[in-house]
Every structure is written in structure tokens, then in C-alpha cells.
Design a protein around this ligand. Structure first.
Ligand SMILES: Cc1cc2nc3c(=O)[nH]c(=O)nc-3n(C[C@H](O)[C@H](O)[C@H](O)COP(=O)(O)OP(=O)(O)OC[C@H]3O[C@@H](n4cnc5c(N)ncnc54)[C@H](O)[C@@H]3O)c2cc1C
Length: 396
């Protein structure tokens, strides 16, 4: 019987990892199944664009995985039982249970509502394609007349507010944040950001914590009510509750606790990559949820899976956080670099060049999914016997 590798999620982390494993492991020994809620690879980094009304390139996973032998299972994961090595999935035909020998958990994250009443019922978000499309439909309804309030002061809030303001010039866009807008940026980047918000006519309410969301209003902790025809909740991401319910050891924020090789600390046959993983980076701090982290954690997780299953030496990938690229509509952006303590450097790339760099990074990230070895040769590593693997561990 073949060794069954099941990959949950085909976003940046899962799609890259599955493609890479399929190119390195012998298909006589390994069977790789990918479960994903959508039949397409969704460029999550562009979902604010989709919400604002732009159409994204269609990227069917069948094409991304063409010729790899990967079995694609478009279905929703509803449960993981790490103790019994099973995954429950649901699709239009019903419920099914998959068994695995090795699991790669890469289900990403969703919008964090922080328990604020009314967010689930009344707010919109851009953390997944269905929710971005729901917001887009609402903005279409509003047409040229309406108020949009974006809640949050970090990357996604900034990108969502500026994209909507640029694409839907008739709408009155505001942003409410409990702290300062882009307060973590270096001085040059922050000045650039504030000028861009000014240019787009976005009203900024700093030090404003939204404590309740209703159908046409968002209410701050001090009782101030903001009329809003569409409240966009962009106040951070949280891992799907599936992880905490799986029996895997998780952090208080729901991320799965892993070792340096991206193995679950409680269930070493489960590996984790992308937003779902809690891992300490090279700077001694938790690696932030980001596309770059999805890339480095995937490389580390796949190296560990190949090493653990074939007896090969596991190479180390640097888990580094170097900065953030932020779009401000389609023609402007900021690329803020950070130092070894994750503090913003004083200089940042700004303006049209930063927008072009971001666009190139996004294209490369999407391209890498169907070219995960970046042109380096593929291999056909065989499954080592349990004895060979344990001898290898002893030798190491
Ligand atoms: C609007 C927006 C803009 C962003 N911009 C940036 C940016 O500029 N730079 C940056 O570094 N990061 C950015 N991010 C964050 C970045 O998108 C994530 O950190 C990255 O996508 C994480 O990769 P992942 O593979 O862990 O998760 P994802 O890319 O989200 O992939 C998870 C996959 O799992 C699938 N899935 C989820 N739940 C289930 C389920 N129950 N069953 C089956 N399938 C499921 C999803 O459909 C998806 O395909 C942005 C995020 C958003 C929402």
C-alpha cells in the first residue's frame, strides 16, 4: 500500500507544498491528495481587488497540478481527528472520511472577529473569496452613493480602504482603528500612507475601538455611532477552529504549535505550513501570517516530510521576516523593510515603483505554485522502511 499524504488547503502554502512533494517523491510509493474548498487557486493577496470590483485571473487547480499525479478533492474540511489520522470532508455529494499516513495542514486563516457583537451577522470581510464577492455585491448595490467603514489599521485594512476608494470613487470611505493608522511604519512610509489616504479622501478615525456592528451602523466603545452601509471588518486574522478541535496542540490564538521542522509538537505525523502554524522565526518572534511566511514554512515542512519519510537529511530554510509590501490602490504602494527586531527601518520604497514590485511579487508567487522547484531537477525519492528511518535518526 502506498504512503498516503493528505494536504489540507491549496492556498499559497498548500498548493506549493503539494506540487513540490509530488515532484520529489516516487509515485509508486506515495499518493498525494489535496483537499481544497475551491476548485481554483485563490490569490488571497488580491481579494481586496476582487471586492472592489476587479476581476482576478482564473487559476484552476487542475491546471496548477497538471502532470503531477496529485489527486484533487474539491471539498470542505469539517473535522480533523489527529488521534485516528482521519479527515472528514463534505461536498455536494455528502460527507466522506479520508485516512492519512502524513498530513500537511495548510488551511490558512479567516477574519478574526475578536468576539465583537454583530460582526458575523452584519460586517463584510475580504479574507476568503466568497466573503469578498459578498462585499462586492453590496458595493454594487450602493452604486455611487453610500458609506463604507473599514475597521482595522493594519495591512488588510489599509489595502481594502484604498482599493475601494480608488475603484468606487463615488462612495464615502472611512477607516476606524483602535490605534494609529500604520503606526508601526517608518516615518517616511507613514507620511506617504497618510498622504495617500488624504488623496483618496478616506476619513480616518484613530484611537477608535468598534465595539458593536449593526446593519447600518458601527458603534465605538465610547458610544460614537458611525453610519455605514457596508462595514468591512479587517481587524486581523484567526485560524479556523478546526485546528483547535483536532486534538493537535494549539496556541491560545488557535495556531498549531510546531517544532522547527514544522511538525506538530503533539502529533509528529502532522506538519503545518502557512497562517495555521505557530513557529518562532529567526528573530526570536512568532513568524507573522504572510505570503512570505507561507513560502518559507512550506519549504521547511516539505523538506521535513521528505526527510522523515525517505531517510534523507532535512535541509533548513530560514524563517525570516523582512518586511511588508502594501498596495495603495493599483498605482501606489509601500514596501517597508524591517530590522532584526521586526522594527520598521526608516527607509521604505514608496509610490509607483513599490506598486510595480508588489505586482511582480504576486505574479512570481502564483507562478511558483506550478513551478515549485524553480527549475531545479525533480527527484523520485523512495519511501524508506521504518527500520531504515529509525537507523537514520540514530545515525543523525
Ligand atoms: C485581502 C488580503 C490581502 C493580503 N495581502 C497580503 C500581502 O500583501 N502580503 C502578505 O504577505 N500577505 C498578505 N495577506 C495574507 C496572506 O494572504 C496569507 O498570509 C497567506 O494567504 C497565507 O497562506 P496559506 O496558504 O496559509 O493560506 P491561504 O492562502 O488562505 O490558503 C488556505 C486554503 O485553504 C482553503 N480552505 C480554508 N478552509 C478550508 C476548509 N475548511 N476546507 C477546505 N479548504 C479550506 C482555502 O480555500 C485556501 O485555498 C493578505 C490577505 C488578505 C485576505
Amino acid at each position: 500500500m502506498k504512503h498516503r499524504i493528505v494536504v489540507l488547503g491549496a492556498g499559497y502554502a498548500g498548493a506549493f507544498s503539494a506540487g513540490y512533494l509530488a515532484r520529489q517523491l516516487h509515485s509508486d510509493d506515495f499518493e498525494i491528495t489535496v483537499v481544497n474548498a475551491e476548485p481554483d487557486f485563490v490569490e488571497r493577496l488580491r481579494l481586496h481587488q476582487l471586492a472592489a470590483g476587479q476581476d482576478l485571473r482564473h487559476r484552476p487547480l487542475e491546471q496548477v497540478f497538471a502532470g503531477t499525479g496529485i489527486r484533487l478533492r474539491p471539498a470542505r474540511v469539517t473535522d480533523v481527528d489527529a488521534g485516528h489520522r482521519t479527515v472528514t470532508v463534505a461536498d455536494g455529494e455528502g460527507i466522506d472520511r479520508l485516512e492519512y499516513d502524513t498530513l500537511l495542514y495548510a488551511l490558512g486563516s479567516t477574519a478574526a472577529d475578536h468576539g465583537v457583537p454583530g460582526v458575523r451577522e452584519h460586517a463584510f470581510h475580504v479574507a476568503a473569496r466568497p466573503s469578498a464577492l459578498r462585499l462586492r455585491a453590496r458595493l454594487d448595490e450602493l452604486g455611487e452613493d453610500g458609506r463604507v467603514l473599514v475597521v482595522g489599521g493594519n495591512l488588510t485594512a489599509i489595502e481594502a480602504a484604498t482599493e475601494i476608494a480608488e475603484s468606487r470613487a463615488g462612495l464615502r470611505v472611512g477607516l476606524a482603528t483602535s490605534g494609529e493608522l500604520g503606526g508601526w511604519l517608518g516615518p517616511k512610509a507613514r507620511r506617504h500612507l497618510l498622504r495617500a489616504f488624504d488623496r483618496f479622501g478616506i476619513t480616518v478615525h484613530e484611537h477608535t475601538t468598534i465595539a458593536r456592528v449593526e446593519e447600518a451602523v458601527a458603534v465605538a466603545a465610547d458610544g460614537t455611532a458611525f453610519a455605514s452601509d457596508a462595514t468591512v471588518w479587517a481587524a486581523g486574522f484567526a485560524v479556523h477552529p478546526i485546528a483547535a478541535a483536532s486534538g493537535l496542540e494549539v496556541e491560545p490564538n488557535g495556531q498549531i504549535t510546531v517544532d522547527r521542522q514544522m511538525r506538530s509538537v503533539s502529533h509528529p505525523d502532522v506538519y503545518v505550513a502557512g497562517d495555521s502554524a505557530f513557529v518562532i522565526g529567526e528573530n526570536g518572534r512568532p513568524l507573522p501570517m504572510s505570503c512570505a511566511s507561507a513560502g518559507s514554512t512550506s519549504m521547511q515542512a516539505t523538506a521535513a516530510i521528505i526527510g522523515d519519510r525517505t531517510g534523507r537529511k532535512i535541509s533548513t530554510t530560514a524563517l525570516s521576516y523582512v518586511g511588508n509590501h502594501i498596495s495603495l490602490g493599483r498605482k501606489d504602494g509601500i514596501f517597508q523593510l524591517v530590522d532584526g527586531d521586526a522594527r520598521s527601518k526608516s527607509w521604505a520604497l514608496r509610490g509607483r515603483t513599490a506598486a510595480r514590485v508588489k505586482s511582480a511579487i504576486l505574479e512570481t508567487a502564483a507562478w511558483s505554485l506550478s513551478h515549485p522547484t524553480f527549475g531545479r531537477p525533480s527527484h523520485k525519492y523512495r519511501l524508506a522502511t521504518a527500520r531504515e528511518r529509525s537507523l537514520d535518526v540514530v545515525a543523525a
